[in-house]
Design a protein. Structure first.
Length: 309
């Protein structure tokens, strides 16, 4: 494959948004997933962004053999699907290929690296908001930059993402941004999932605002203990700004709950709790919301959707 082709692992909201914009830029997109109904629909109707009449055709498949020879892959599956994605990417990527994880939470990079080798794995962060309305149909619910590790091997991928109309930045300390996103995710995701509200509605309730501040401070405290410098001076203010910018968005965790699918709580608040325990820190609010989200029954309505939304 050439540098004008890209593999997207996942079929959820962010995967669909990237597929539509990359296709619009003239880049050939292959989408690899396991959601059979979604793949069938993608093959017939393509991908599109709500409010835009343009439809873009992609190659959608559930077979990694169909994706052999790919130089670049965007990994946009849920954290609990990373192991499966890593195994598939061993078939898909060239020897010098690179898989870029834009996933939520902690722990995805080591899983990918175990299968692919560290030199074929890179990490990025985005705070884009997107909601999947139907297979291949996504609503943009908040713009945000795509931040990539400053690595020479990512230069062609950076160019493709930039050509697709995203704001792209290369950063030296990607872990700072990973933890910055974790602070935001550890607040907005569980609270919206528990309360069943869009992001912006959290700001309308004083009790919810108090919980937002407590969660942000706890997660920031763990980051500080680990020696991570966050990309913002005020964690609570950073979370509020994201909630304002993505006010109409349904968080990925709320979307999971509403469709009866497993959540990423273990890789977000669960990771904060585990790291706090290892460092003799107390994070009672993170612990509580983690337990509450895990107590919500998984109904399994369409749990086969694969994507980081």
């Amino acid at each position: 494959m050439t540098n004008n082709s890209i593999l997207i692992v996942g079929t959820g909201a962010l995967a669909t948004l990237f597929a539509a914009r990359l296709s619009a830029a003239g880049i050939f997109v292959t989408m690899l997933g396991t959601w059979e109904a979604g793949l069938a629909s993608l093959s017939i109707t393509g991908v599109r962004v709500d409010g835009d009449d343009q439809v873009f055709h992609v190659h959608a498949t559930g077979n990694p053999v169909d994706c052999k020879g790919m130089r670049f892959a965007l990994v946009l599956v849920k954290t609990w699907q990373t192991e499966r994605a890593a195994h598939q990417l061993r078939t898909c990527l060239t020897k010098n290929g690179v898989a870029l994880s834009l996933q939520n939470g902690l722990g995805n990079e080591p899983i990918l690296a175990r299968s692919l080798g560290l030199s074929r794995v890179a990490v990025g962060v985005t705070t884009l908001g997107a909601t999947l309305l139907a297979p291949g149909l996504v609503r943009l619910a908040g713009e945000g930059p795509v931040s990539l590790e400053s690595l020479p091997r990512l230069s062609p991928l950076e160019e493709m993402i930039h050509r697709a109309g995203f704001t792209v930045e290369m950063v030296e300390d990607v872990q700072s941004l990973v933890w910055g996103k974790l602070v935001v995710s550890s607040v907005i995701n569980p609270l919206t999932a528990i309360l069943r509200v869009n992001n912006g509605e959290l700001l309308e309730s004083p009790p919810a605002r108090a919980l937002m501040g407590a969660l942000a401070e706890e997660t920031a405290m763990v980051a500080k203990r680990l020696g991570v410098a966050l990309p913002f001076p005020d964690p609570e203010r950073a979370v509020v700004e994201v909630a304002q910018r993505t006010a109409e968005n349904q968080s990925s965790m709320l979307q999971d709950i509403l469709r009866g699918a497993p959540t990423e709580i273990d890789a977000i608040n669960g990771a904060v709790v585990r790291l706090a325990e290892e460092n003799n820190l107390q994070v009672p609010v993170n612990r509580t919301v983690c337990s509450l989200v895990k107590a919500i029954p998984v109904r399994g309505k369409i749990a086969g959707i694969d994507g980081n939304i």
